[in-house]
Design a protein around this ligand. Structure first.
Ligand SMILES: [Zn+2]
Length: 237
């Protein structure tokens, strides 16, 4: 994987300055004790919650009712280790054509949905650095999957992102890249996804036609094409 970040600074964790993060609601809610240094590494949301005048700063208790525990644990692991690990399994193997069976399709959806859930959690926590890492992982694990994205993934991503989302851009670019091999699939299914997707797809095809270019695999574009960068998180080299 092309990662251009400088090596992480070695810093001893301060376990006496911890926050409690309550994730989820009701019976499935779980509370995590996390050193402030970890929480505030790259999330603007946690930086504000731990350093501001919010009630959370005084109580050292932060609630994330809309998050789920599995996704939050993957996010925490990313903060601690710098690695995206959504399951203990390898990415699902896929057949070469679109005639895979229902069980295989469902397992593939769960695998990619878990990655996208972490991306969306990092988005909610205003953590661009983690988003970019998850994005790199998504591009790497899908670059040889001829069925990515399927309609269920498009549905999931479009229902939970804004038009400016780089995740939307990735899905559109991938769809353009695989379209030729999957024309039947797209014509059968394009009416089943949020209506903005076919619009974005046509715009992408028009841009390609105007530039007389061939569709490209997103894996071969500069990674920053799909990254979010700002002053606190400058572009990769
Ligand atoms: Zn970048």
């Amino acid at each position: 994987m092309a990662t251009t970040e400088p090596p992480a600074k070695r810093r001893k964790l301060n376990f006496s300055d911890e926050y409690k993060v309550a994730v989820g609601v009701g019976a499935t809610q779980k509370t995590y004790s996390v050193p402030k240094q970890i929480l505030t590494k790259s999330s603007e949301f946690f930086q504000k919650a731990c350093n501001g005048k919010w009630r959370e700063t005084r109580s050292k208790m932060i609630k994330l009712p809309e998050a789920d525990t599995i996704t939050f644990e993957t996010y925490l692991q990313l903060l601690y280790t710098g690695e995206v690990v959504t399951t203990d399994d390898a990415p699902p193997q896929v057949p070469d054509d679109v005639t895979e069976d229902e069980a295989s399709r469902a397992s593939r959806f769960r695998f990619y949905a878990a990655i996208i859930d972490v991306y969306l959690l990092a988005d909610m926590l205003l953590d661009s650095r983690s988003k970019n890492k998850v994005m790199d992982y998504l591009i790497d694990t899908t670059s040889v999957v001829p069925q990515f994205p399927g309609m269920a993934i498009i549905d999931l991503a479009y229902s939970r992102t804004l038009p400016s989302s780089k995740l939307r851009r990735l899905l559109v670019d991938r769809a353009v890249f695989i379209a030729e091999a999957n024309v039947g699939y797209w014509t059968d299914n394009l009416t089943k996804v949020p209506s903005q997707f076919p619009i974005d797809l046509s715009m992408a095809f028009m841009k390609l036609a105007a530039g007389r270019r061939r569709p490209f695999n997103p894996k071969h574009l500069p990674r920053c094409t799909y990254h979010d960068h700002d002053d606190a998180n400058p572009k990769c080299e």
